[in-house]
Ligand binder design. Structure first.
Ligand code: NAP
Ligand code: MG
Length: 403
């Protein structure tokens, strides 16, 4: 084997919890450290550490991503009431992903990892469909009210300076329901910017869809901001890259996406993105075959797996039983971060390593060796169902062959 690949700038490494934490150190030990002189600035986002530091560690990690530009994150527990008891927490800390996203002002893009022997349920999808979901506002920050009898429901805006504005929502004759939602131009702007930047980064067309024929002010505002960001900042760059921006109604987009070959970035409002990302993950097979990257309009990137900490497998692992947990999404989080580091630093060896690591990982599955979650989906059926560690050893063998 030749000398280890050198890195110019460190990656921000954020360790996490449970089974993904176990796999995190295995990936480093088996697939990274033997090949790369790995430089990282390490932040331990394990729940115990977040509790110990009153969650300051999460904020420090996000600040470090601003400093270095690229981070890679393991899955972390978002505590609920049961976790507060399990870990004896000082409080029910917020989701680290939410905290980091708020600091980096980012949008999350999810992209399926495709292999030849796992076919998408939609048979004409040949290329991955990347989904960009707006992560602020709308129905996720709603105000709702149950109407129990006749009366007038109104929407009132009281400006800091100026006249009050009133709209009648409905004159109720009987019982019913109302809901108020909002969004912010600043947030929509960042979302649009991140989508154009990511489409450009991936060299794929950008599709955006809303229901602006019905929602003539609200959804139309999204459409106008996207158009404005495109015209002012990205039109020339898109033309140079040979990619296009395409706006269409959400129902038209759904029909066209299903009939397409894939290969685009599909930007969606918060609720549409929630629904469609679960559909995409199901069509492409599994959350363990899905990458996730947070892209900020300021040019910061954070790579992670789309799945959680795989708690059930971890409890088996703690009992000393073998697990068959899929490490593909974690491997791709690392390869994505290393590739971006290489591109930013001008170190093509690092970019090539990322490509080779991904090829070794998907190649292992294509050779018929896979973890239990994929065994039922593969066509032809798996030759061998590997445990967590065996799978990584197989990837390592294939990686050694190219290095
Ligand atoms: P999960 O960890 O994604 O696991 C749900 C189930 O999906 C697993 O039990 C397993 O099914 C299957 N699965 C997921 N990833 C897999 C993999 N790599 N290989 C094989 N099977 C896999 O979701 P969860 O159990 O709902 O959440 C556990 C913890 O993760 C929670 O505390 C949550 O807060 C956290 N979480 C973190 C993130 C993040 O940091 N990005 C995201 C989501 C959830 P089987 O049991 O049937 O094998
Ligand atoms: Mg959902």
């Amino acid at each position: 084997m030749t000398d280890k690949i050198q890195m110019k700038t460190p990656l921000v490494e954020m360790d996490g919890d449970e089974m993904t934490r176990v796999m995190w150190s295995m990936v480093k030990e088996k697939l990274l450290l033997p090949f790369i002189d790995l430089k990282t600035e390490y932040y331990d986002l394990a729940l115990e550490k977040r509790d110990e530091t009153d969650d300051q560690i999460t904020i420090e990690a996000a600040e470090a991503i601003k400093k270095y530009g690229v981070g890679v994150k393991c899955a972390t527990i978002t505590p609920n009431a049961a976790r507060v008891t399990e870990y004896n927490l000082k409080q029910q800390w917020k989701s680290p992903n939410g905290t980091i996203r708020a600091i980096l002002d980012g949008t999350i893009f999810r992209k399926p990892i495709m292999v030849r022997n796992i076919k998408p349920a939609v048979r004409n999808w040949k290329k991955p469909i990347i989904l960009g979901r707006h992560a602020y506002g709308d129905v996720y920050k709603n105000v709702e009210h149950r109407i129990n009898g006749p009366g007038r429901a109104e929407m009132v805006f009281t400006p800091e300076n100026g006249e009050e504005v009133r709209h009648t929502i409905h004159d109720f004759n009987g019982s019913g329901i109302i809901q108020g939602i909002h969004n912010l131009d600043g947030s929509i702007n960042s979302f649009a910017d991140a989508c154009f930047a990511y489409a450009l980064d991936q060299k794929v067309d950008l599709w955006f869809s809303t229901k602006d024929t019905i929602s003539k002010t609200y959804d139309n505002n999204f459409r106008e901001i996207f158009e404005q960001v495109y015209e002012e900042k990205y039109k020339g760059k898109f033309e140079d890259a040979g990619i296009t921006y395409f706006y269409t109604l959400i129902d038209d987009a759904v029909a066209r996406i299903i009939r397409s070959e894939g290969g685009m970035l599909w930007a969606l409002k918060n609720y549409d993105g929630d629904v469609m990302s679960d559909m995409l993950a199901s069509v492409f097979g599994s959350l363990a075959m899905m990458t996730s990257v947070l892209v900020s309009p300021h040019g910061y990137f954070e790579y992670e797996a789309a799945h959680g900490t795989v708690q059930k497998h971890y409890y088996k692992h703690l009992k000393g039983e073998k697990t068959s947990t899929n490490s593909i999404a974690l491997i791709f989080a690392w390869s994505g971060a290393l590739r971006k580091r290489g591109e930013l630093d001008g170190t093509p060896e690092l970019v090539a390593f990322a490509d080779n690591l991904e090829a070794a990982a998907t190649g292992t599955i294509e050779d018929g060796i896979m973890t239990g979650d994929l065994a039922n989906l593969a066509e032809p059926p798996a030759k061998r169902v590997a445990n967590t560690e065996e799978f990584m050893e197989e990837v390592k063998k294939r990686l050694e062959n190219v290095h």
